[in-house]
Design a protein. Structure first.
Length: 468
C-alpha cells in the first residue's frame, strides 16, 4: 500500500514521534546490554559495538529532528523515514550480536539475530531505491531496477529462511562464533549487485550532477562499508580499517545525506507549487475573454436563426468550459485522444464564427500516447487567432500526429499571416504562454516544442514526445 494513502500528514507525524520513542528505548537497551555483557572483553567486539551504538544514537537523534518538524512530511520524506527505520533495524540487530558474540549459551539466539541483521541490510537497498525513485523520472531503466532489486531481496530472504534450518550462507559454532561458508560470497555479490543497479539508475537519470555526486558519496560508500562490515569474516584485517573509516567518514556523510534530503524535499515542494501555478495559468490563458464573448454572441444570434444549432452550440460551449476546468486540475498527463477531443470542440465553435474563412484538416495516425493537458489546444488557438484570422481570405489549419521509433510527433500548421519568432519571444504575454507549454511538456513527458514561422506564409509548431 502506498505510504501517502495509508498515512495522512498528521498521522505520519505521530508515527514519527512513536518511532522516536521506541528507538530511544531500544538504543538505551543496547547500551545496557553492552555494559552487562562486557563488550570490553575483546577489542574487536568493542570496535564493532562502538560503531553500532554511535550509529543507533545518531539515527535516533535524526528521527527526533524529523518528528519535531511542524511542516507536513512529503512523500519523499516518508520514504526517507522508511529507509532510516530499516537502517536502524539492521544496526540494532548487529549491536545485539556484538553483545552476545562468543557466548556459547546464546548460539541459537545469535543465529536468529544474524539472520535478521542480514535481512534488514539487504532490505536497505529496496527502501533506499524507493526513496531515490521519487526524484527520478519513470523510464525503462527505473522499471528494470525496481524489478531486479525486488527479485534479489525476495531470493535472498528465501535463502536466509533456509539458512535457519540448514546452513547455506553462514553458521554459528558451538562457541557462539560466526562461521562463514563459501556461499557467503553470495551476500557480498547480492549487495554489490543492488548497489550497482542503484548507481546505474542514478547516473542515467535526470538528476543534476551535484545530486548524483551526493548520492555516490553519501549512499554508495556507506552501503559498501556496511556490506563489508556485515561480512567482515570474508575480509579479515580490513575490518579494523573499516572501524576508523566508519567513525570518521560514514557519520559525517550521514549528516550530508540528511541535508541533501532536506534540500530535495524543499525542491519538490517548490516544484509542486510551480506546477500548480502553471496549471492555473494554462487554464486562464485558454479562457480568453474575446473567445467567450464571441461564442456567446454567436449562440445568441443562432437562437433566432437556428434554435436547434443554437442548442448544439450551447452544449459544445459548456463542454469546452467544463473540460478546461477539469484539465486545469490534471497534475498528470492525459492521452492525446482526450486532448484531441477538446481541440475538436474548440474548433467546432470557431467554425461557427468563421464558416467561410476557417478550414481545419486532421491527419491523425496515432493518439494513444501521453501529453500534458491543454498543451496542444493553445497551439491550435494561436494558429486560428494569430494566423488565419489576420488574413482576409482565411486559411487552413492542419493538425497531424505521427510516430517514429523514438518519438510521438504532433504538428499544428497554418497557411495564415505568420510572424517573426524573435518578436514573439520579446512579447511577454505570448512568450509566457509558449514557455508555459514548453515547461509542462519537458517536466511531465520529457517532450519538446519547436516553432517555425515565416511572415506572410504561415506557421508550424512541432511537438515531440519521447516514447521512453
Amino acid at each position: 500500500m502506498d505510504i501517502q494513502t495509508s498515512l495522512s500528514g498528521r498521522k505520519f507525524g505521530t508515527f514519527q514521534k512513536i518511532c522516536f520513542g521506541i528507538m530511544s528505548f531500544l538504543t538505551l537497551f543496547c547500551i545496557l546490554m553492552s555494559v552487562i555483557h562486557n563488550v570490553f572483553r575483546d577489542s574487536y567486539i568493542l570496535l564493532i559495538n562502538s560503531i553500532c551504538i554511535i550509529s543507533l544514537v545518531f539515527m535516533t537523534v535524526l528521527t527526533g529532528i524529523l518528528a519535531s518538524k511542524k511542516e507536513e512530511t512529503t512523500l519523499p520524506g516518508r520514504y526517507f523515514m522508511l529507509f532510516l527505520l530499516n537502517l536502524y533495524a539492521g544496526a540494532f540487530f548487529l549491536t545485539l550480536v556484538s553483545c552476545l558474540y562468543q557466548i556459547p549459551k546464546y548460539a541459537q539466539i545469535i543465529r536468529i539475530l544474524y539472520t535478521l541483521c542480514y535481512f534488514f541490510v539487504m532490505l536497505v537497498f529496496w527502501t533506499l531505491w524507493l526513496y531515490q525513485k521519487q526524484f527520478i523520472r519513470e523510464s525503462v531503466v527505473t522499471h528494470a531496477v525496481t524489478v531486479l532489486i525486488a527479485s534479489v531481496v525476495i531470493i535472498y530472504t528465501f535463502i536466509l529462511v533456509i539458512n535457519l534450518f540448514k546452513p547455506v550462507i553462514f553458521s554459528i559454532t558451538d562457541q557462539s562464533g560466526y562461521s562463514y561458508m563459501i556461499k557467503d560470497y553470495f551476500s557480498v555479490a547480492a549487495s554489490c549487485f543492488c548497489l550497482l543497479l542503484l548507481c546505474v539508475a542514478t547516473f542515467t537519470s535526470n538528476l543534476s550532477r551535484n545530486r548524483k555526486f551526493s548520492f555516490f558519496c553519501c549512499v554508495f560508500f556507506p552501503c559498501l562499508f556496511s556490506t563489508i562490515a556485515i561480512n567482515h569474516e570474508l575480509f579479515k584485517w580490513g575490518i579494523y580499517i573499516l572501524g576508523l573509516v566508519s567513525f570518521t567518514v560514514i557519520l559525517p556523510l550521514y549528516l550530508i545525506f540528511f541535508n541533501a534530503h532536506d534540500e530535495l524535499e524543499n525542491d519538490i515542494l517548490r516544484h509542486e507549487k510551480e506546477q500548480t501555478q502553471l496549471r492555473v495559468s494554462a487554464m486562464m490563458s485558454q479562457m480568453q475573454p474575446h473567445f467567450l464573448y464571441n461564442s456567446l454572441a454567436v449562440i445568441e444570434a443562432l437562437c433566432e436563426e437556428d434554435p436547434k444549432l443554437a442548442a448544439e452550440a450551447t452544449n459544445a460551449f459548456s463542454k469546452y468550459l467544463r473540460e478546461n476546468m477539469n484539465f486545469a486540475d490534471k497534475s498528470k498527463p492525459i492521452s492525446f485522444s482526450e486532448e484531441l477531443n477538446h481541440i475538436k470542440t474548440y474548433v467546432w465553435l470557431e467554425e461557427l464564427r468563421f464558416p467561410n474563412k476557417l478550414r481545419v484538416e486532421y491527419d491523425i495516425e496515432c493518439d494513444a500516447f501521453p501529453v500534458p493537458a491543454l498543451s496542444v489546444q493553445p497551439m491550435v488557438e494561436n494558429a486560428i487567432k494569430h494566423g488565419i484570422c489576420k488574413t482576409k481570405s482565411g486559411g487552413t489549419v492542419r493538425i497531424r500526429s505521427s510516430e517514429t521509433d523514438a518519438f510521438y510527433c504532433i504538428s499544428v500548421s497554418d497557411d495564415g499571416a505568420g510572424f517573426d519568432v524573435q518578436k514573439t519571444i520579446d512579447d511577454t504575454k505570448l512568450h509566457l504562454g509558449i514557455n508555459n507549454t514548453q515547461s509542462r511538456l519537458h517536466d511531465m513527458v520529457g517532450g519538446s516544442l519547436d516553432i517555425e514561422s515565416v511572415p506572410g506564409k504561415g506557421t508550424e509548431v512541432t511537438i515531440k514526445i519521447p516514447k521512453n
